[in-house]
Ligand binder design. Structure first.
Ligand SMILES: *Cc1c(COP(=O)(O)O)cnc(C)c1O
Length: 406
């Protein structure tokens, strides 16, 4: 991988027509170690957030020894990169053959269920393989209500009463029983974990088996950009959220329970930025070489504000407008699909023109992992950068939360 100090250097050296992912391994290590230093338990990185091997490798070097996996492919990737790492198979709905593969071929001993039929599958596999069930920790996923940019409890999780039944059933079959939840990604209300812990407490008090572990899932918010036209949302810092979580864990009596977290976004969001090129400026529209079917699907939902930095092409001599005037542009994606338009405008200097580049910051989470080959556009070029995104001056632009009239 080629190394540069920052995206401007990379763009001017490579003059890329295809999108370029800028990987910052030092930021990844720092954000990861920061989280691990604050969380009073095991950190299992959620592979679905960004499963690139360079990410798994760097996290392993940073001291991550556990990974939250959801599919045979994720399991194989983690094993290839970090052969000694522990894996937690935390997808609540699994094919029986995949459960077997996880237990038999990979020796996985941590798994999740949220329905009795998943227990039936698990018990079948454990019996067929003659595994002692007490070597397995089976987590029951409980439903939570919260406020997050992306809700996850609509799809998974057992109601509290049914969680008690599932836990007892697992206990009777000889498994160690844990409880877990996932409050949704990029939480917007710091009391979310507290409410989830209260539900976990309710279930624990009614279970007949001892609680072997508590997994608080992911959801920890990453810091994104800031739209100066809007009041800064009053979200507390990660330090404050963690301090509150530690206090709540204490208060609800989980301090002596082995704890697990499955952070994704908060660890990897800031480790990547993306250089895109303006293929055409048409009035206040910018047609770029990436879009919602490639790296920008998460931002397309409009839930997060991405910082953007203008990288003017020095070959463009005659520009019109004032580079200090920051104006909104509608951003159209690379494919021939008319839904491939970002739902929020990017605010950039009015001098932007065909041929310029834009560095979009903090796209490490749920961007590369969601890219498709639609229309033949599959960004897959990487460079390594040494300077953090926030160095090199304020980003001139950002993807605003305001909608834009056409
Ligand atoms: C997606 C997911 C995570 C990661 O969530 P973040 O909000 O990115 O931290 C963790 N655990 C499970 C089970 C998930 O599905």
């Amino acid at each position: 991988m080629q190394r540069f100090e920052n995206a401007r250097e990379a763009a001017l050296a490579l003059r890329p027509d295809d999108p370029v992912y800028c990987f910052r391994p030092t930021i990844l290590k720092k954000d990861c170690q920061n989280f691990m230093g604050m969380f009073p338990g095991k950190t299992a990185y959620a592979v679905k957030t960004n499963g690139e091997r360079m990410v798994l490798q760097t996290l392993s070097e940073a001291g991550v020894t556990a990974f939250d996996v959801a599919s045979p492919a994720e399991i194989a990737d983690v094993r290839a990169v970090a052969p000694k790492a522990e894996m937690l198979y935390m997808h609540p709905v699994k094919a029986q053959s995949h459960i077997r593969l996880a237990l038999e071929d990979y020796g996985i001993r941590t798994i999740v269920v949220d329905h009795e039929d998943e227990i039936v599958k698990l018990v079948r596999v454990v019996r067929a393989l003659d595994i002692d069930p007490s070597t397995i920790t089976a987590f029951v996923r409980i439903q939570t209500k919260g406020s997050a940019a992306y809700e996850l409890s609509k799809k998974f999780g057992a109601g509290p009463a049914s969680a008690v039944e599932l836990a007892d059933r697992l206990g009777r079959s000889g498994f160690k029983v844990g409880l877990c939840f996932h409050v949704g990604s990029q939480i917007e209300d710091p009391d979310t974990y507290r409410r989830a812990l209260a539900s976990a407490d309710w279930v624990r008090n009614r279970m007949k088996v001892p609680l072997a572990a508590l997994d608080v899932g992911g959801g920890f918010p990453a810091e994104y950009g800031h739209d100066p036209n809007r009041k800064q949302p009053k979200m507390p810092s990660l330090e404050d959220i963690m301090a509150r979580l530690r206090a709540d864990i204490e208060e609800w009596g989980f301090a002596d329970t082995p704890l697990v977290a499955e952070p994704g976004r908060v660890i990897v969001a800031r480790a990547f930025s993306l250089i895109v090129r303006v293929l055409l400026r048409k009035g206040r529209r910018l047609y770029i070489n990436d879009g919602i079917w490639a790296s920008l699907s998460d931002s397309w939902t409009g839930k997060i504000t991405l910082p953007a930095r203008f990288i003017p092409d020095p070959a463009i001599r005659n520009r019109s407008g004032d580079k200090k005037n920051i104006v909104p542009f509608r951003v159209c994606g690379a494919t021939c699909d008319s839904v491939d338009i970002l739902s929020r405008p990017f605010w950039l200097p009015e001098t932007v023109d065909t041929g310029d580049w834009i560095e979009i910051g903090h796209i490490g989470a749920y961007s590369l992992s969601l890219r498709t080959r639609f229309n033949g556009f599959y960004p897959n070029t990487f460079v390594e950068l040494t300077a953090p995104f926030d160095e090199g001056g304020m980003p001139e632009g950002f993807a605003s939360l305001e909608t834009m009239a056409d």
